[in-house]
Structure formats: C-alpha cells, structure tokens
Ligand binder design. Sequence first.
Ligand code: PNS
Length: 164
Amino acid sequence: MRAQLALYPGSFDPFTLGHLDIVERASRLFDRVEVTVAENTSKKTLLSLEDRRRLVTECTAHLANVTVCSFTGLLAEYAVRQGAGALVRGLRQVSDFEYEFRMAFANRRLAPDVETVFLMTSEQYALVSSSIVREIHHWGGDISSFVPPPVLRALKTAQGPGPS
Ligand code: PNS
C-alpha cells in the first residue's frame, strides 16, 4: 500500500545534493512529498529557518508534487496533523543507521500509523553531509560539488572567515 503524503524531515542546514537526490527519489515513490524543515531550536544553525525554507523551495521547484513547510515540536505529532502516511529519511552509510533506528522507533511509538521509509542515497553522495559542507564553507573551501546552485550562491554571501 502506498502512502499519499510522505514527509521528508530534516534541518537542511544547508540543503545538499544528497538531500536533493533523496527528495527526487521520494517524489517518484509517493503521490506528494512535503520537505519538512525543522525549526530545531536546540542547534545553532548556519542559515535561518527562512533561508533554509527558501533554498529548499528553490532547489525543488522542478518537482511538481513536492512542497516545503516547516515545523517545531514533535515530528510524529506534526506528521499525524498533516495526514502523512510516511516519513522519509535518507541513508548514506551504515553509521547513519543507529541514530535513524532510534528515531524511527521513537516516532513509531508516538505515531504508530506513520511508517518511516529509508531511501539509499546515490553512491556519489554517500559522503556528503550538511556538517561537512558547513566545515568546508567555514574554511573558505569549494562546496560546489556538494550543494545545488541556489545554496552555493546563498553561502557565498553568508559569513565565513575564509582562508587566513
Ligand atoms: O537533518 P537532521 O538534523 O538529521 O533532522 C533531524 C530531525 C529534525 C528530523 C529530528 O531531530 C526531529 O524530528 N526533530 C523534532 C523533534 C522530534 O520529533 N524528535 C524525534 C523523536 S526522537
């Protein structure tokens, strides 16, 4: 049975080519996909919630069945309110799995009717993560092979000390 609406939640700080790869895969599997940007106040983010939302919207504009929203609070409760049948999470490597496994079980306990679905990223993005992008950007390195063009443009104007 296929869920009508799938949420693809994350911090997206910033949205990477790996994230885009997962959204494209999810958009082929589900009728509708909502990229759900976490307000996530516990982490200090490089980009504001508004910028993260705007960039995900720009980067996914070519996908007709994809929308972008943000949420605060518990993801499972938000998913139920939205009427979502599935939560999509990307897996890059085995080391992602422990954290994802715990989160999927917690979300299932809170919302038993919402399935977590793991999608494997393309091999070329297996080592791409937002934290690696933030680190390279911090030191003024080239992130063009890690992020879509709108994110690259936005980060060029975002503060970073650059190489000394
Ligand atoms: O991109 P990230 O940082 O791995 O995304 C993690 C996110 C935002 C999906 C997760 O932290 C989350 O769902 N936060 C909201 C609070 C919540 O519901 N936590 C899950 C219960 S363990």
